[in-house]
Design a protein around this ligand. Structure first.
Ligand code: SAM
Length: 245
């Protein structure tokens, strides 16, 4: 899979994103958690930031539609993987004390139904943190105007913004707590590996050089003083909470 080729070719590319995700989790505080659910775990990039937040007997349940993606995740005694739909998490009401989703929520076609399911499984006072590409940012533009038309498998996605998240929260009975746009720049050793990474990660039906003007137009990559390349990347960090009725 080209996605795996990209992540294997430049394993450090998302380190800036990792630092930002860790900082958001640390700002939230709370825990240690007995049961965390992660929506759209993929290969486990965000999962590794969640595992240290578990209590010694706690469990992290990663839910993802793709068995192929989750098959790449390192096994961990406190990690359980569930391949399946997010609108039926097969968990008891009130049994989850933290829910998290990274770079995946835009894929969900029935966002309200999934939020309703989360409101059911979250315990009182538990939080749901969503980190995702946000409408009205360059990252959304590159998805809509480069990835959507040129991705070999298609990429029809709806990106959240603060207003939409507030509406979803209100309709599903969760309290909207905060939103911030965070820099999560991706880092590369050189321009060629940056362009190839983007082409492979997004499975683009074009060469790296053909993609270059599009990437430059929307994301404005730049050469750093150390000679490496930075691809500016932004995601929204949304925080919702289940409040006792
Ligand atoms: C861009 S990847 C992000 C994976 C991981 N969270 C990360 O940050 O590396 C998006 C993930 O969402 C999953 N996904 C897409 N649509 C989904 C759905 N409707 N239900 C569950 N997972 C879904 C994909 O299989 C993929 O693993």
């Amino acid at each position: 899979m080209r996605y795996q080729r990209a992540t294997a070719s430049v394993p450090q590319a998302r380190e800036g994103e990792r630092v930002a995700v860790r900082a958001a989790l640390e700002r939230l505080g709370g825990g240690p958690h007995q049961r965390i659910v992660e929506l759209g775990s993929g290969q486990g990039f965000g999962t590794s930031e969640l595992l240290p937040r578990l209590a010694p007997q706690g469990q992290l349940i990663g839910v993802d539609a793709s068995a192929a993606m989750m098959s790449r995740m390192a096994a961990h005694p406190q990690l359980k993987l569930h391949v399946g739909a997010l609108d039926d998490m097969q968990m008891r009401p009130g049994s989850v004390d933290f829910a998290f989703s990274l770079a995946a929520f835009h894929h969900i076609p029935n966002k309200f139904i999934v939020m309703q399911e989360l409101a059911r499984v979250l315990a009182d006072d538990a939080c749901f943190m969503v980190i995702d590409v946000t409408h009205g940012t360059p990252a959304q533009e590159v998805f809509d105007y480069l990835v959507r038309p040129y991705c070999v498998s298609g990429h029809d996605a709806d990106f959240l913004d603060e207003g939409w998240m507030r509406l979803l929260a209100a309709r599903s009975g969760l309290r909207f707590e905060s939103f911030e746009l965070a820099d999560m720049d991706w880092q590369f050793d050189d321009r060629a590996s940056m362009l190839q990474y983007v082409c492979d990660l997004f499975c683009l039906r074009m060469s790296a050089e053909e993609a270059a003007p599009h990437i430059e137009r929307w994301l404005k990559p730049y050469r750093r003083a150390d000679g490496g390349w930075t691809l500016p990347w932004f995601m929204g960090v949304y925080l919702l909470r289940k409040v006792a009725q």
